[in-house]
Design a protein around this ligand. Structure first.
Ligand code: ADP
Length: 371
């Protein structure tokens, strides 16, 4: 009775994948995944994003069945899969190194997962053709992987992961080996395939742009813990802590102490003595140290906003449609401002003093980090 209770998922979950209190240690000492609780919805494109070593691949390997969790349980469509070997999980997989069989043609590579499932020959032919058309490689069936470009090989790998029409596809840095242009093109292709098929995708990357472009939700990992789980825009606009603010996009930091905390706003006294109004996100209370985070494009020059301070222009970079200015503001000599390239920006000479301003709501008071 106890065993049955233990493997029953919580009621009312329609999740395609559920990680329930999952932990993983390879050496019996260090937890590389610490108490992971995550529900992935059917048809969702969920990306695990984080620096190298943060535990993303380990999560994918546990889901695929190549690594057992040290603790906790993983559910697929509401069923615990702890005892299910990888080939019985019905999951499609794509890895960075393609992992195509070099001695087989493209068609044979795609047919393989269907043959091992004992599918009829005519149906195999039909499905292989359909999968090749999906990745725009109709007519390449007779080639061997070595006769294809890197991008084409990766398309074959994607087609092979989808050919048996799984409900769930795992992708681990699938575009890591491709050059930038091809990578961007493939990002859109994978996204469109996902939209057309309605398949659930769990995608691993350390590339934030890739995560923001492709995902419905992003789980930001650090140190084996999900730091934030949000749709892309929310990660950027409302980072939950300093790690996420720094990992996603560019951000300016100012350090100080919370001098007043009232409802939805706070006042922070910087280490230089200046006062700044900010939006408290995760500060411990009045008197606590905090790091303020401000996106470069939310800073205006010329003295508008809830907070206005003086800066000195250290460096100007001309980027065509925008100017990127590096300033010194309150002791931070790496304070970046992005300014639309309009005429009349003569005040933006190197060495000039300028007023910088921003809205309190754009200035997030987060946990303190070293400057
Ligand atoms: P990520 O995918 O975020 O780069 P990984 O899940 O690959 O992170 O790794 C997390 C941690 O687990 C790292 O410290 C890594 O060295 C360690 N690790 C990964 N795979 C193994 C393994 N097979 N044996 C021992 N340690 C491993």
């Amino acid at each position: 009775m106890e065993a049955a209770l233990k493997t029953t998922p919580s009621p009312g979950t329609g999740a395609a994948v559920r990680f329930d209190a999952v932990q993983k240690s390879y050496d019996g000492e260090t937890l590389v995944v610490k108490d992971l609780n995550l529900d992935i919805e059917p048809g969702e494109f969920l990306t695990m994003l984080g620096p190298s070593g943060s535990g993303k691949t380990t999560c994918l390997m546990m889901l695929a069945g190549f690594e057992p969790p040290t603790h906790g349980e993983i559910f697929l469509d509401g069923r615990p899969i702890g005892q299910l070997p990888p080939h019985k999980r019905g999951i499609g997989m794509v890895f960075q190194n393609y992992a195509l069989f070099p001695h087989m043609t493209v068609g044979e590579n795609l047919a393989y997962p269907l043959r091992v499932r004992g599918m009829a020959r005519s149906e195999i032919r039909e499905r292989v053709e359909r999968a090749l058309a999906m990745v725009e490689l109709s007519g390449f069936s007779g080639r061997r992987p070595a006769q294809l470009s890197g991008g084409q090989q990766q398309r074959v790998a994607v087609a092979r992961a989808l050919v048996f029409e799984p409900n769930l596809v795992l992708m681990d840095e699938p575009l890591g080996a491709l050059d930038k242009q091809l990578r961007e093109q493939m990002q859109y292709e994978i996204k469109h395939i996902h939209e057309n098929l309605g398949v659930t995708v769990v995608y691993v990357t350390h590339d934030q742009t890739e995560a923001l472009t492709m995902s419905d939700r992003v789980a930001v990992f650090n140190d084996g813990i999900i730091q934030q789980l949000s749709p892309p825009a929310e990660l950027y606009e409302h980072p939950a802590n300093s790690f996420v603010a720094q990992f996603i996009g560019e951000n300016n930091k100012l350090s100080g102490r919370v001098s007043r905390l009232e409802g939805g706003t706070c006042e922070v006294t910087l280490d230089t003595g200046a006062t700044v109004r900010a939006h408290p996100v995760n500060v411990e209370g009045e008197g606590a140290r905090t790091t303020l985070s401000l996106r470069p494009e939310r800073v205006t020059l010329g003295g508008e906003g809830d907070t206005v301070l003086n800066g000195r222009v250290e460096e100007l970079i001309y980027l065509g449609e925008t100017l990127r200015a590096r300033l010194t503001v309150e002791g931070n000599d790496h304070f970046i401002v992005k300014v639309p390239n309009r005429s009349g920006r003569a005040d933006l000479a190197e060495g000039a003093s300028v007023a910088v301003g921003w809205a309190a709501s754009d200035c997030h008071a987060l946990d303190p980090v070293p400057a």
